[in-house]
Design a protein around this ligand. Structure first.
Ligand code: NDP
Length: 341
């Protein structure tokens, strides 16, 4: 059985979902309560592959909220993730994806050194960040967008915001190996990490967000921001494709300007309906079929009996792994989510 560890995007979002799921004490409570709340298994899942194979899984709500990081409640945030992982392990889930900020917290606060959770020794091979599949899907979305909007990648400037991160660096690596880009702009805050990336890629120009936005034909946004940025669409090129892979979304505002196309980055669509309820609370158009690529990664590993931490650590995603997860994704009937034509 596979698992998904998820969280909601804000306290208001969490209260709304708790109300709909029938957890009134969570729905009526403030951040303080959510900081103390234990994780819950809130959904049972059945997924059928296009090969006919069926698998079962569970969704664990960690009760982590981005406000915990914004408000400096780091200990609470770490406890949420460790407790959710311990619950997944106690339930016997063989491979569990750490969705959204779960893996970022695990890495940033070095939770690897705190593997004992009460009477459970966390077995990290039971968990995957899902970042390999997410990076692969975003690369596909970029190529599909270039076709859809008739934009030539060879002449285009592509900015990757969050380039030095786990997903961002994998995307840059894939783009450097598989495409001829006009220009690659590498954006993040820590210059040293960007310089290391640039040296590995042997290409790319380091750039601030402000400088990148007016220059980019494509903006791939994969920064670990606990709340989205408000963007003035007037600074963007026409046309400009934005692939927003953040969770919560990196862009807070809805961008309504002719020639600006926003794609829900890192999302996949399955060919068959998935039996679950949780996605209807996560703002997607077709909750029976659309999901985060990181969640789909644990499904793929379960289909293949690959019960191992396929995506783990930081900046260790290889081209071979991107290739393999891409093959498995297609084999089992997932495809990159694109807006209606
Ligand atoms: P990492 O922590 O590995 O990397 C984050 C990157 O963002 C780093 O390059 C960091 O560099 C940069 N960054 C952070 N804040 C800012 C900022 N304010 N401005 C510019 N750059 C910034 O994160 P991941 O790669 O694991 O995840 C990236 C995003 O993808 C997250 O939002 C996450 O929730 C989302 N995600 C989506 C998934 C999906 O299935 N769709 C799956 C997993 C994650 P620096 O600190 O130097 O600025």
């Amino acid at each position: 059985m596979f698992g998904l560890i998820g969280h909601l995007t804000s306290l208001t979002h969490a209260q709304r979902v708790a109300d709909k799921l029938g957890y009134p004490e969570y729905a009526d409570s403030d951040l303080e309560f959510w900081c103390m709340a234990p994780p819950q298994v809130v959904d049972e899942i059945t997924v059928t592959s296009i090969t006919g194979q069926k698998i079962h899984g569970q969704y664990v709500e960690s009760c982590f909220l981005p406000e915990m990081l914004a408000g400096g409640r780091v200990k609470a945030a770490c406890r949420k993730i460790l407790n959710a992982m311990a619950l997944a392990q106690r339930r016997g889930l063989s491979i569990t994806a750490l969705g959204g900020f779960s893996s970022i917290i695990f890495e940033n606060f070095r939770l690897d050194s705190l593997r004992r959770v009460r009477n459970i020794d966390l077995e990290v091979q039971r968990f995957t960040t899902g970042n390999t599949h997410t990076a692969y899907i975003i690369c596909q979305q970029l190529q599909l967008a270039a076709q859809r909007y008739v934009m030539d990648l060879a002449a285009a400037t592509v900015a990757v915001v969050g380039a030095s991160g786990d997903i961002g660096s994998a995307i840059c690596q894939w783009l450097a190996a598989h495409t001829q880009l006009g220009k690659l702009l590498l954006v993040a805050r820590d210059r040293q990490r960007l310089e290391e990336l640039q040296a590995n890629l042997k290409q790319g120009e380091i750039c601030s967000v402000e400088d990148a936005l007016p220059r980019a034909d494509f903006i791939v946004w994969v920064a670990s921001m606990n709340q989205g940025m408000v963007l003035n669409p007037q600074v963007l090129r026409d046309p400009c494709v934005i692939i927003d892979g953040g969770y919560p979304k990196n862009i807070a505002s809805s961008l309504q300007r002719q020639g600006v196309y926003v794609i829900d980055g890192g999302m996949v669509e399955h060919s068959l309906d998935i039996e679950w309820n949780i996605m209807q609370f996560l703002n997607v158009a077709n909750p029976a079929r659309q999901l985060f690529a990181c969640f789909a990664e644990s499904m793929l590993l379960e289909f293949e009996g690959l019960h191992t931490n396929f995506s783990w650590g930081r900046n260790l995603i290889t081209l071979e792994k991107l290739d393999l997860i891409g093959q498995l994704s297609r084999k089992h009937g997932f495809r990159p989510l694109m807006p209606e034509a």
